[in-house]
Design a protein around this ligand. Structure first.
Ligand code: NDP
Length: 323
């Protein structure tokens, strides 16, 4: 029997809560179930501010992790990224440096850190794949976040080459699910639209979606992403990152997202698109070929089913959700 201690940094966020849910609810026969002898720790920033090396070291001393899923990050929508570039750069560099160096010093057997498809170059050929992370500068709007995240891949290679560490990274596309940040000003598209539609229903006002609704995006349900992290933890031992995403053929338009929210919320009022607002890039597809070639079969939750589940969670938890 193993006696692994898996520390999930950022364990209180959207992705961390999803991993906790899967670990607590998967039946023992599932390949993603908690295994006998495993202890899972979900750390919050209140327990240790990972920008601080001393607090990071104390967290490791307390739990003595053998494995780390490193999710903790300063995360935000476009507005926050544009406004606080140095904070995004510096906080994330500090967090990542402390986690990786403490993991090396305490001989952690494996660290999986989390990048994002929004750290890819601005001018790049599509679909995105794992070889293109450093193939040009990131978009100006989020260069602080992007450079800090890209550096994790550089650090992983350096730790492997100099010290033989088993450090790697995952690259998710847009994530959604329970425990997301539903703030109206500073959230990602799905939680932001859910909150808007919820308020339109409560207040009997129109539900107005910014832009034409035409851009296409790949969305991954947080519970599916959680399973993919668990798979990486057990079965993936290479320094090169893996894109964790639904396929390119499963892109959905913002209009499909909004339609699904209207349906799930049972919203009957006026529903329009404000085409005076900018659309952003039309598509930025990412390939999940590497993932599928390695995992040997994985069923993603159908988009509408995952969206229904998330809307239900949001409505039931409105008073305590991050709004
Ligand atoms: P959330 O914002 O939901 O959660 C962030 C987590 O990081 C929280 O648990 C927070 O702790 C923790 N954290 C933040 N600052 C610190 C700090 N200084 N010290 C310790 N912990 C800290 O983020 P997500 O779950 O959405 O993101 C998880 C990872 O996935 C991130 O690395 C992100 O970059 C990446 N990602 C997310 C995507 C998305 O669409 N959401 C897409 C692609 C990648 P607390 O709440 O206790 O303050």
């Amino acid at each position: 029997m193993t006696s692994d201690v898996i520390l999930v940094t950022g364990g209180t966020g959207l992705v961390g809560k999803a991993i906790q849910h899967i670990i607590q609810t998967e039946p023992p026969t599932s390949r993603f179930a908690k295994r006998p002898g495993e202890t899972w720790i979900f750390a919050s920033s209140a327990e240790a501010d990972l920008r601080n090396p001393e607090q990071t070291r104390k967290l490791y001393e307390k739990y003595k992790p053998t494995h780390v899923i490193h999710l903790a990050a300063l995360v935000g929508g476009l507005f926050k990224n544009m406004k606080y570039k140095l904070s995004f750069l510096r906080d994330n560099i500090l967090i990542n440096d402390n986690v990786l160096s403490t993991s090396k010093d305490t001989q952690v057997a494996k660290v999986i850190s989390c990048l994002s498809t929004c750290v890819f170059p601005d001018k790049v050929s599509y679909p995105l794949d794992e070889t293109k992370i450093h193939a040009g500068p990131p978009h100006d709007s989020n260069f602080g976040y992007a450079h800090a995240k890209r550096l994790v891949d550089v650090q992983n290679h350096a730790y492997k080459e100099e010290f033989g560490c088993n450090f790697t990274s995952a690259i998710p596309t847009n994530v959604f699910g329970p425990h997301d940040n539903f703030d109206l000003e500073d959230s990602h598209v799905i939680p932001g639209l859910m909150h808007k539609c919820y308020l339109a229903k409560q207040n009997n006002t129109p539900f107005v979606v910014s832009g034409s609704g035409k851009p296409l995006r790949q969305f991954i349900f947080s519970y599916d992403l959680a399973k993919l992290f668990i798979w990486m933890l057990r079965d993936y031992d290479d320094v090169e990152p893996v894109i964790l995403s639904v396929g390119e053929d499963e892109e959905v338009s913002i209009k499909q997202v909004a339609d699904a929210i209207v349906k799930a919320m049972d919203f009957k009022g006026d529903y329009t698109f404000d085409t005076t607002r900018a659309d952003g890039q039309f598509r930025k597809p990412a390939s999940n070929k590497k993932l599928l070639s390695l995992i040997g079969g994985f069923e993603f939750t159908p988009f509408e089913e995952a969206l229904d589940y998330t809307v239900k969670w949001f409505v039931e938890n409105y008073d305590t959700a991050r709004t």
